[in-house]
Design a protein around this ligand. Sequence first.
Ligand code: AMP
Length: 184
Amino acid sequence: MRIVFIGPPGAGKGTQSVRLAEELGVTCLSTGEVLRQARSEGGEVGRLIGEYLDAGQLVPDKLVVELVAERLAQADCEKGYLFDGFPRTLPQAEALDELLSQRQAPLELAFEFVISEDELFRRLSKRGRDDDQEETIRERLRQYAELTDPLTEYYDLRGILRKIDAVGDFDEVYRRLQEAIWSH
Ligand code: AMP
């Protein structure tokens, strides 16, 4: 299966994606993880990426799309994949479509994690990652609303969007994902 997860920071995409990808036997790819890794490797690109991460801003599309294109070309993506946190802008979604049309393997499902800002703040303030400071959280939510939220319409028009209520404990939310997949 080929799936993408869309949702604001703190909606639980990361933990759900790992388990779901394992159950489906597909590759799980978090662009946030890939970028944090690239940052820790240092160098000019790593430093540049770090500046965006610290500011809570999206890394430029070109850079992210290059990372994803390299990753998609690897053999383990042939069995399918679950992208967590990609695409995050319309140009990224279009670039992904372009990459996939070359392979004649379009996306099958786009999950949108639906959750209120108050709940997100509660969760992110507890998480304690470097970019979970209050100001950075606000910026990431702002970027989500402005750049990523429009993607849901993009996938809805294509009939592959599934909205998932992301409030509840891990198992409850996971069951909602499973049910959406079974009824697909
Ligand atoms: P995440 O782990 O998904 O919360 O991502 C953490 C940070 O990585 C985000 O705040 C962005 O700065 C960056 N990032 C992750 N995925 C993308 C993407 N698809 N496009 C641009 N920036 C991204």
